[in-house]
Design a protein around this ligand. Structure first.
Ligand SMILES: Cc1cc2nc3c(=O)[nH]c(=O)nc-3n(C[C@H](O)[C@H](O)[C@H](O)COP(=O)(O)OP(=O)(O)OC[C@H]3O[C@@H](n4cnc5c(N)ncnc54)[C@H](O)[C@@H]3O)c2cc1C
Length: 214
């Protein structure tokens, strides 16, 4: 645990840091000024320093963080890889936000080689998905962007990015997303996972549930 004298400066910042440490553990809350300044480095003209950085491990922790942020009325900024060089890097849009770094949530939940889809957590990188396909000798190809290997797949989806195959339009092909909302509730897009007949939910975006396009 960092020494409070070196980290969060005000009592409200220290209280926030203590609450976040209870959620994710000491090692996954960053509040030392040097580390926060590093997160503000950018190729843009001006970087914005986050109030604190928190690295959750699972959805429950993300929900708890969102509830806490709502109580304190502090804006949050999620990153999945934080390698968005030239497009804002890992900088929140304004200073003083809680930077939620989702890179620890890096599980490849499943890959369906027949229907050609992967169920992944936000921190899964281009490199990781490629290596998984190779290691399991799956006859599938990771449609990478020109970004670095440690950029996340999800970050590119949220950027409405593109790969280089006929399925490269991320926003058009992403299905069955799970969002943690500002109040900590979870929203599933497409057909709800509770609907046992929704067997196509990972390949058909427009089920009974909501759509990220509105
Ligand atoms: C050299 C270079 C080449 C590139 N080539 C291409 C290319 O060919 N095609 C292309 O499409 N893009 C390209 N890009 C951009 C690239 O898509 C992004 O830089 C990269 O995919 C972002 O991944 P990341 O993990 O760094 O995202 P992050 O920095 O983690 O996030 C990117 C954005 O998505 C938001 N976000 C991330 N995770 C979440 C989440 N879980 N929930 C809600 N919002 C979230 C962030 O707030 C941020 O605004 C290139 C970038 C570089 C530097």
């Amino acid at each position: 645990m960092s020494d409070p004298a070196d980290g969060a400066t005000s009592s409200s910042d220290r209280s926030l840091a203590a609450s976040l440490r209870l959620i994710v553990g000491d090692a996954h809350v960053v509040d030392r000024p040097d580390d926060l300044d590093r997160a503000a480095r950018t190729t843009a003209s001006e970087g914005r320093t986050p109030r604190i950085i928190v690295r959750p491990h699972d959805r429950d922790q993300v929900q708890a963080i969102m509830r806490l942020a709502a109580v304190h009325r502090i804006p949050v900024y999620p990153i999945s890889g934080g390698r968005n060089w030239g497009y804002g890097d890992a900088c929140p849009p304004t200073a003083g936000q809680i930077l939620i770094d989702l890179s620890r949530m890096d599980r490849i939940v499943s890959v369906d080689a027949t229907l050609a889809y992967a169920v992944i957590e936000p921190g899964v990188t281009q490199r990781q998905l490629h290596e998984h396909l190779v290691a399991h000798r799956l006859q599938l190809w990771m449609d990478c962007t020109g970004a670095g290997p440690d950029a996340s797949v999800l970050g590119n989806i949220m950027d409405r990015g593109f790969g280089h195959s006929r399925y490269g339009d991320r926003a058009a092909h992403v299905c069955a997303m799970e969002f943690v909302l500002a109040d900590g509730e979870v929203l599933e897009t497409g057909s709800p996972s509770s609907n046992v007949s929704a067997r196509g939910r990972h390949v058909f975006a427009h089920g009974l549930g909501p759509d990220i396009a509105g």
